[in-house]
Design a protein around this ligand. Structure first.
Ligand code: ADP
Length: 478
């Protein structure tokens, strides 16, 4: 693969690259505003064919040994590592992130395949004592079956990879619909499946937007749906499921950062910079709202403002600190949240407006004295904007942090042990990172609660999401 090739926009169904319909959707480079490729919005018949292929491949695939599945996943990891640069370039061209971050994403994708290759052979059951003599109960884990996966554009490969790796490791077959904004890196990933040795039909790809997404989410022959995306689409998908299948939902989160009076302020500023502005703030676990104890508020605001004002902004291909935002919807929401916060009494300390150039851009922004009721402090902005609110007591800050529908990730900087444990335990979030900005790691479970969804990815729990329990009760003495 050469770095600038955009692959032909076709679906992968049962091992064959097939036409997904008329090419009706433009894919835009957000750094320039230019269309770089076009894709179909696969219709119901096209999605039916992909689900049928996954169903047909299931009986043989579920019987392969875990060791064979592990071997293929390791082979896929190695092929991905051989293609880091071209895969990263496609990510950057289609959604704008700095090329260094895109390379990091591809490396972590390969790591996810290795991780689940290793986990595949570590799925252990249990034997359970029975009251009755001569009877034993065995708990075994079996693949759930055919999985539908629908993914967004902010981590175009990793968010497919976590689902694909765990599903294949578990012995499931899968149909993936990537975001219509970022189809090409997914296409190139799926081209590696056959060379890695995966049988046809085990993993299938359908391109498209709402038509393809709705057809897949509501398909009657799925055994599980795995979704990452907006809260609104997650709710629509939940309503549209054809039957009572398990569904994992990784939805939005307006993530809080709490900086207490005992915090190392320089570390807190560095953490906020990383988790607020990386990927232009387009991360489900991005820091959106910051609560700073009044005793350190002025120092934190001054240092964060200086750090954010120093961030370089430019096309992802030039590897700046911050690239464009991926689409006009994000740019316009950033502007609306900032404008409303100012109207509600907040003040901008740096940035605050879209950047006038071709493509879609928003200046890295810090807003101070943000009232708790304004959308910037309530909703997910999903852009390079952070709002700060001073607070006085621990009880007050816990209430503020917990007072939205968000339950994915929260961050705390504090050196006082009592604060670490009191606040760490009281935060109503699935992931809480203390004195570090990385709430998700591959070998620990990652998932939301409240409006941020349910189900887990990463870790052993991520694999168990694709397994179902069988209680096998055997009477062996008569
Ligand atoms: P984001 O803006 O974070 O990408 P979306 O929820 O809009 O979040 O999109 C996430 C994924 O869901 C994309 O692949 C998109 O095409 C798909 N999608 C959008 N609408 C629907 C729908 N009604 N049913 C199923 N999938 C959908």
């Amino acid at each position: 693969m050469t770095a600038t090739d955009f692959p032909a926009a076709r679906n992968l169904v049962g091992g064959e690259w097939v036409d997904g319909g008329p090419l009706v959707l433009d894919v835009i480079d957000p750094a320039t505003g230019d269309a770089v490729t076009r894709i179909p919005d696969t219709d119901t018949a096209g999605v039916d064919a992909a689900v049928a292929a996954a169903r047909a491949a299931l009986p043989a695939w579920r019987k392969t040994s875990e060791f064979e599945r592990a071997r293929l996943l390791h082979a896929l990891a190695n092929l991905v590592r051989d293609d880091i640069d071209p895969l990263a370039e496609l990510i950057t061209r289609e959604m704008g992130k700095p090329i260094g971050e895109a390379r990091g994403e591809v490396r972590k994708l390969a790591d996810a395949f290795d991780y689940y290759a290793e986990e595949a052979v570590r799925v252990y059951g249990e034997t359970i004592p029975n009251e009755q003599a001569g009877v034993t109960s065995i708990v075994r884990y079996e693949p759930i079956g055919v999985v539908g996966a629908i993914t967004p554009w902010n981590y175009p490969l990793e968010l497919i990879g976590w689902k694909l790796a765990a599903a294949l490791a578990a012995g499931c077959t899968i149909v993936v619909k990537p975001s219509e904004y970022t189809p090409s890196s997914a296409l190139c990933l799926f081209k590696l499946l056959a060379p890695a040795g995966f049988p046809p039909g085990v993993a299938n790809l359908v391109l498209g937007a709402g038509t393809a997404g709705r057809a897949l989410a509501s398909h009657a022959d799925l055994d599980k749906l795995a979704f990452t995306g907006s809260t609104a689409t997650g709710a629509a998908i939940t309503r549209s499921l054809a039957k009572a299948v398990p569904a994992s939902m990784e939805l939005g989160g307006s993530c809080p950062l709490i900086v207490t009076g005992s915090a190392d302020i320089d570390e807190a500023v560095a953490g906020c910079l990383r988790r607020g502005f990386r990927n232009a703030g387009q991360i489900c676990i991005a820091i959106n709202r910051v609560y700073v104890h009044r005793s350190v508020h002025a120092e934190f605001v001054e240092k964060l403002t200086a750090a954010v004002a120093g961030l370089t902004l430019g096309p992802g291909t030039e590897d700046p600190d911050v690239g464009p935002v991926t689409n006009a919807e994000i740019r316009d929401r950033c502007a609306a949240h900032v404008e409303q916060a100012v109207a509600d009494g907040a003040r901008i300390t740096t940035g605050g407006t879209p950047v006038e150039r071709a493509g879609t851009w928003f200046a890295p922004t810090v807003v101070d004295d943000v009232p708790a009721s304004t959308p910037l402090a309530q909703q997910e902005t999903f852009g390079p904007v952070v709002g700060i609110t001073p607070y006085d007591t621990t009880a007050e800050v816990v209430e503020l942090a917990n007072a939205t529908e968000a339950g994915l990730a929260a961050y705390l900087y504090a050196l006082d042990l009592e604060e670490v444990f009191t606040i760490g335990h009281a935060l109503d979030f699935g992931n809480v990172a203390v004195n570090n900005p990385d709430a998700g790691i591959m070998n620990a479970p990652y998932g939301g609660r409240k409006g941020s969804g349910h189900g887990y990815e990463h870790g052993r729990e991520g694999l168990h999401g694709y397994l179902q329990i069988k209680h096998l009760r055997i009477r062996y003495q008569r």
